[in-house]
Design a protein around this ligand. Sequence first.
Ligand SMILES: [Zn+2]
Length: 141
Amino acid sequence: MSEFQQIYDNKVAELQAKRIAAKERTEIDTEPTNKYIDFYCKQCDEDMRLLARKGYTRYRGGRWFYRAFCEKCDKELIRRLTDKKNDPYFAESKRLRNDRKKYWKQLLQRNDPRFKRVYGDWELAEERERENELRTNFDNK
Ligand SMILES: [Zn+2]
């Protein structure tokens, strides 16, 4: 058994014991993986890529997740595998937040009210382009 696995197992056992004592939902641990997964620790406000393990909880009809522990504060970190779309990571991650700040113009959708302000009136621009094209085609005939 690797040292990582030993440390990890101890932490999970500790968590599990606490949860059982508190009569919380029971979790079934966990499949070893060799995957490094992106996590975000709220407490440290930091993104980190960590060796994760797969876990399963009977909570709400059964859910799979990745679990790791923060390198700095030891907090349990979770990424959802079931219901990925609603993984809080996407809203919380500092790296993703910064990316969104950096690329917000590129990420703008056309129906966003800010689109016009950033790109001008694209409908008008496109129409002009079409007109120019038609004119060019006509002139070339
Ligand atoms: Zn932390």
